[in-house]
Design a protein around this ligand. Structure first.
Ligand code: DP6
Length: 357
């Protein structure tokens, strides 16, 4: 499939006004996307669990306008007008306007909020961009006919143009983004659902330990760019293809040992890429390392399949089976929360992706 597939046939903007609400979750990558080419094309395929509780709730009110030369919108975040975000939305609208012919016909009032604290160090671009894309696609669906598959694929396609990882927040329980030889229908343009999860992963838990809630010193966008001249980039991209094979096998067979090995290796490789780029940087904090050591010790002594992953920051995602919840919780409260800022953590688990309200 090429980008032409997502160009809409022309249609009348028959609706004068209305309002759409969409909720979209964040996701956590198991095989990481790190490195991209022009037009938000990933340098390697990735797979993530879709989350459930950490989400953005976005409303899009639209009314027809007569001046069709420019985009027109107001943006509010958690009740307040946020001019700082307007540039991002303007860029997003520019990127997606070839695919949504109605964009200049309406004035939009966009109101968004997150269920997680915005100063938590959790990247909100995935949930925010997929929620906004969901609203826009729901409007397109009201203006023209779209099958459910076309709706989901195009919502993922648009989300990707907002933020790469956002394209994996559309459906659940897990999504694969990026062309991969052994994944039929996989594409660099949008994410596809991976639903062969073994029972061992049903309602899998993700507790996010908030180690550092501050602004990151290096944004993901800059980090991706640093993969361009990275001495290990080609091997890393090749490895991600192989690790995706292994991860799919672990997820479908219920092999928790394999899952732990590849999940943790991917997390450390991501941070290894950061530490070996030029300029080099480090997003882990001393408490991130203390937590990792605690997890390794706990796994050995308690025989619970608890593992970790990291995104581009210092926070630690704890991944574990639903059935071990109570035991792991004791460990979190008694030991791991002591490494968190103000002892804070967020409880989440695998979810099903965006919903239109
Ligand atoms: C480390 O999707 O935030 O979380 O495409 O520039 O918006 P942009 O980057 P972004 O990068 C996410 C990187 C990651 C790994 C992942 O989610 O796969």
């Amino acid at each position: 499939m090429t980008v032409d597939h997502f160009l809409s046939k022309s249609y009348d903007c028959s609706l004068d006004e209305g309002k759409i609400i969409c909720e979209a979750p964040s996701n956590i990558a198991l095989v990481k996307y790190w490195g991209k080419f022009a037009n938000q094309m990933p340098a390697n395929p990735s797979i993530s669990f879709t989350l459930n509780n950490c989400k953005s709730i976005t409303s899009l009110a639209f009314e027809k306008k007569s001046n069709l030369t420019d985009f027109s919108f107001d943006f509010y975040f958690e009740g307040e007008k946020k001019p700082a975000f307007e540039g991002k939305i303007q860029t997003f609208f520019n990127r997606i306007s070839p695919y949504l012919p109605f964009l200049k016909n309406y004035h939009f009032t966009i109101k968004s909020e997150n269920t997680f604290p915005h100063s938590s160090g959790i990247a909100s671009s995935a949930s925010a961009m997929s929620a906004l894309s969901g609203c826009l696609m729901q409007l397109e669906r009201q203006l023209t006919n779209l099958s459910e598959t076309d709706f989901l694929n195009k919502t993922s396609f648009l989300s990707r143009l907002g933020s790469g990882s956002a394209c994996r927040s559309i459906a659940g329980p897990a999504m694969i983004w990026g062309q991969h030889a052994n994944t039929p229908h996989s594409s660099d343009l949008y994410a596809v659902t991976f639903d062969h999860l073994h029972d061992n992963f049903q309602n899998f838990q993700d507790t996010i330990l908030l180690v550092d809630k501050g602004e990151k010193q290096v944004s993901s966008t800059v980090g991706h760019e640093l993969m361009n001249n990275h001495p290990f980039a080609q091997n890393r991209f090749k490895q991600a293809h192989q690790n995706l094979d292994e991860m799919k096998l672990a997820l479908s067979s219920g092999d928790l040992e394999k899952f732990i090995h590849f999940t943790e290796s991917e997390a450390l490789t991501l941070h290894g890429m950061m530490m070996t780029s030029s300029p080099y940087f480090m997003l882990m904090k001393p408490n991130t390392l203390s937590i990792i050591n605690e997890i390794w010790h706990y796994r050995q002594t308690e025989n619970v399949p608890l593992s970790f992953t990291l995104d581009a920051g210092a926070n630690v995602h704890l991944l574990y089976p639903d059935k071990d919840k109570n035991k792991v919780f004791e460990f979190i409260i008694n030991r791991l929360s002591l490494y968190c800022q103000n002892n804070q953590y967020i409880c989440d688990h695998i979810g099903q992706g965006l919903t239109i309200k």
